[in-house]
Write a protein that binds this ligand. Sequence first.
Ligand code: GDP
Ligand code: MG
Ligand code: ZN
Length: 346
Amino acid sequence: MKKKGLNERQLQRIQKIQDAKAARAARQQAKAETTTVSAALGPPQRGLVISHYGQQLEIEALEGDLRGEVVRCFQRSNLEPLVTGDEVIWQAGDPLGVVVAQSPRRSVLKRPNLFNELKPVAANIDHVVIVIAPFPEPHANLIDRYLVATELMGSQAILLLNKADLLDAQTHRPLLDLLALYGSLGYPSLQVSSRQGSGIAALQEQLAGSNSVFVGQSGVGKSALVNALLPDCHSPEGALSLAETKGRHTTTAARLFHFPQGGNLIDSPGIREFGLWHVEPAQLLQGFVEFRPFLSGCRFRDCRHDREPGCRLQAAVSEGRINAGRLASFQLILSTLAPGLPSRSP
Ligand SMILES: Nc1nc2c(ncn2[C@@H]2O[C@H](COP(=O)(O)OP(=O)(O)O)[C@@H](O)[C@H]2O)c(=O)[nH]1
Ligand SMILES: [Mg+2]
Ligand SMILES: [Zn+2]
């Protein structure tokens, strides 16, 4: 991008100054790292980011003598900011270890910071568990927003109907129909009661071996579920417990907890209420999985899939291949997407 009013020569000079500054900063950083870290660094080994506090990371050793323990580390400055759930290569040191490499992410959850910049808050989330309940009554549109967000971050959604003890097949027919609709789109669902304990074993089985987050509107029982799944708050050994972190830090950084039956929970108040941020209309369409086969079939390239003639999505609704409620839900979300601003709910 060319700056206005500057000629090629001036631009080159600015670039040169900036390069020199960057090189100096890198040299200083490297020097700081070699002086902070004692000469004796441990061997490179695999680790998992449990949480972070400012510049410091809590890394759980995944192998070696320290396996299962949590070690404070800082990260090499050439790495992008690491977040909870990141898999890394680190080396033990005194007093702090050093994270020297980051493994490629399978998925990443982002949300806007105070400056409205979209920043990663957790990585490698395999399952987004969307919690709903007979009460408070779920709204299909809210579920769709979570589903779109889940698709776009590269994770798999699971619909979890909690408070199954309140479920009445007659009264809650629409809710069960909704779950059947999502099932037909490929989204699995489970029914549990965190109060009675029913379905919890099946849920544990489903979550074993993967990283999950729980999301959903207030009052559906997320806290109750997390308590049922983490009876005594299974933070890895050495990591600060949730209570401790609350006392000591005001940070809202996400934390990783191990389920006793296997698998991990990544949690923070911010994650539980994560939303659909900064989505372009084209991305939104991709987030409705069953629309994908029809997306190139509209007569007009800029079709809004509303009342345009030759709209392939509308035709698919008439043919019974797309649920009318889902297309309406897409339209509703589209209408709330203010460009450049995070959309409000969930
Ligand atoms: N009947 C019933 N109530 C539940 C169940 N799980 C949670 N609740 C109740 O639902 C309310 C909200 O639960 P909470 O865990 O705070 O929901 P959160 O806002 O999603 O974290 C509380 O009064 C819980 O006791 C359940 O399985 N059955
Ligand atoms: Mg709660
Ligand atoms: Zn169309």
